[in-house]
Design a protein. Structure first.
Length: 276
C-alpha cells in the first residue's frame, strides 16, 4: 500500500524501531526491497536520489514505482531525496510522490526555513510529507560542494517551529557514501537534539555507522534511516559474481534472477537491524 512519510514515522518516533529508506535505481532493486519488507512485515521507503532523477524523468520514475508500492502487502512510501530546487520538489508532488525532501542545508538558516515553508504549503494539502535538513551531512565522494557541519540545536528548533516540516535530517557525525570505514556518532549532540525536538529525526549515511550505533539510534528518536551505499555494493558484487561465474551469460533476466535475492538479503539485514 502506498503511504506518505508522516504516516510511516508516527509509529516509529521514540519507539523500538525505525523505517529503512533505500535508494533505488530500477525495478530489480525495488523488487528486492519490497520482497524483503513483505517477508518481515515491515514498512519501507523507496527513495529517489539526485543521480536517479537526472537519469530518468520524475513522471517515469513515479510510473514505475507507484504501482509497485500500491500492490505491496506492506506500507511503502515513495520519497524524493535531497533536492535543492523547489520547482523539482513541486514536480515530484504533482507526479505522485508521497514524500519529498527539500535540502536547504547549504543555505543560511533563514533561507532554509523560508524554502521549507513554501514546500510545506504546496505539499501538505496534497497529502505529501516534507523532510528538511539542518546542519550538513558531508559526502565521502561525489558531492565536493557539500559542507560538513554538525546540527546546531537552536537552529533545529527554529526549523521545527517556523518551517514545520514532518521530519528533520540531522548531522551528528554521519557521512554519505562512505564505502569502507565507519564513523563516530556524536551522541552528546544527538541527545541534545532529541531532548529539544519532538518531531521525528532522520539519519543519512547509514552505511557509515557501526551496527550497534544504528540499533541504539533506532531505539530512540530516529524514525528514518537513509541507506544507499551498502545496497549499491550488494547489487554490484552480485552482478559481477554472476558475470564472472559464467562469461557466456548475456541475458539480463537471467542475471537479475541471481542478483535480486542477494540485494534482498542485504535489505533484510538492514530492516532487521532497525528493529522491524
Amino acid at each position: 500500500m502506498l503511504v506518505n512519510l508522516y504516516d510511516v514515522m508516527q509509529s516509529d518516533i521514540k519507539g523500538s524501531h525505525a523505517v529503512a529508506s533505500f535508494n533505488v535505481f530500477g525495478y530489480e532493486d525495488a523488487r528486492a526491497i519490497i520482497s524483503a519488507a513483505e517477508a518481515r512485515n515491515a514498512t519501507v521507503i523507496l527513495s529517489i536520489n539526485m543521480d536517479m532523477r537526472q537519469f530518468m524523468p520524475l513522471e517515469e520514475i513515479s510510473g514505475l514505482f507507484r504501482p509497485m508500492a500500491h500492490k505491496a502487502q506492506v506500507p511503502v512510501c515513495l520519497h524524493l531525496d535531497h533536492t535543492y530546487d523547489i520547482g523539482t520538489v513541486k514536480q515530484a508532488v504533482d507526479c505522485g510522490f508521497t514524500s519529498v525532501m527539500f535540502d536547504g542545508s547549504q543555505q543560511p538558516l533563514t533561507e532554509n526555513i523560508a524554502s521549507i515553508r513554501k514546500v510545506v504549503a504546496y505539499a501538505r494539502p496534497q497529502g505529501v510529507s516534507v523532510e528538511a535538513e539542518v546542519g550538513s551531512v558531508p559526502y565521502a565522494s561525489g558531492r565536493d560542494h557539500i559542507r560538513s557541519a554538525l546540527t546546531e540545536v537552536v537552529e533545529a528548533v527554529q526549523m521545527a517551529e517556523q518551517g514545520q516540516p514532518d521530519a528533520i535530517a540531522i548531522s551528528v557525525g554521519n557521512v554519505h557514501r562512505l564505502e569502507h570505514d565507519t564513523v563516530a556518532i556524536n551522541f552528546n549532540r544527538f541527545t541534545e537534539l532529541e531532548q529539544a525536538l519532538e518531531l521525528p529525526l532522520v539519519i543519512h549515511g547509514t552505511s557509515s555507522i557501526n551496527e550497534s550505533d544504528i540499533q541504539h539510534l533506532a531505539s530512540r528518536q530516529v524514525a528514518k534511516f537513509n541507506i544507499g551505499t551498502c545496497l549499491r555494493q550488494s547489487f554490484g558484487h552480485a552482478l559481477r559474481e554472476a558475470l564472472e561465474a559464467d562469461p557466456k551469460i548475456f541475458d539480463r533476466l537471467e542475471l537479475m534472477q541471481q542478483v535480486i535475492p542477494k540485494v534482498s538479503a542485504t535489505a533484510t539485514r538492514m530492516i532487521k537491524l532497525l528493529g522491524q
